[in-house]
Design a protein around this ligand. Structure first.
Ligand code: CA
Length: 233
């Protein structure tokens, strides 16, 4: 997988597009299929969750304005089930703020109207981030006695108990764990974890750090380094 570039199709990966606007759904369907993905389409959150349970797609593209359950609710329900990445389709500034609030752990978002090529590029970027590490990497990183970051299972365990994290939360703690003892600036973290093409700002890092502290507990040795950023361990 690590040898693969943009043009190589390893195996058909299944994505789900949860979007009630038929034109947008069809457009995404066409582009994603052309890019080599298998695509499930759901016109509502309820249907989307059914399909997720049946087919376990690797990533969800999720509209926010949906009939019935809205995209935020759907995302919350997805998070209860799996650590599947979620790419939000947002229509309004107010929605972007909520997506960035990231209680939900969105992995990325695009704003309508968007270019379908851009969506395909972001989907690929998210999936690349989630690829298994090279075999030479240690697969379990220890943080103190109580915390383990299992890179191959993409799981963090506190005293042996797995804790559910969103994709970026996991990527962030994994990156910090790789660099234990080093103070990393917010910009370094943005570049390494979110990638240079990420539009967000420092606030994104702070929100994710807050989520990690909340989910992993007060014993997590994640320090704020004044004037710089964060240090783990
Ligand atoms: Ca809609």
């Amino acid at each position: 997988m690590t040898e693969c570039n943009d043009v190589c199709v390893v195996a058909e990966q299944t994505l789900i597009v949860i979007e009630d606007d038929e034109n947008i759904a069809d457009l995404l369907d066409t582009y994603l299929r052309t890019a080599g993905f298998r695509v499930l389409l759901a016109p509502s959150g309820e249907r989307g969750l059914e399909l997720i349970d049946q087919h376990s797609p690797v990533l969800a593209i999720l509209d926010i304005g949906l009939p019935g359950m809205d995209g935020f609710d759907v995302c919350r329900r997805i998070r209860e089930r799996a650590a599947m990445p979620v790419l939000f389709l947002t229509a309004r500034d107010g929605e972007i703020d909520r997506v960035l609030g990231l209680e939900l752990g969105a992995d990325d978002y695009v704003t309508k109207p968007f270019s379908p090529r851009e969506v395909v590029a972001r989907v690929k970027a998210i999936l690349r981030r989630g690829e298994s590490p090279a075999p030479s990497d240690a697969t379990v990183l220890k943080i103190g006695d109580d915390f383990e970051v299992d890179l191959s299972r993409r799981e963090v365990r506190v005293k042996g108990e797995p804790v559910g994290l969103a994709t970026r939360e996991f990527d962030l703690v994994a990156h910090l764990a790789h660099n234990q003892g080093l103070a990393l600036s917010r910009q370094q973290l943005l570049d390494s974890v979110w990638g240079a093409d990420w539009y967000g700002d420092d606030r994104t890092v702070d929100v994710h750090v807050r989520q990690l502290r909340r989910k992993l507990g007060d014993d997590l040795p994640l320090a704020t380094v004044w004037g710089i950023g964060y240090r783990l361990g």
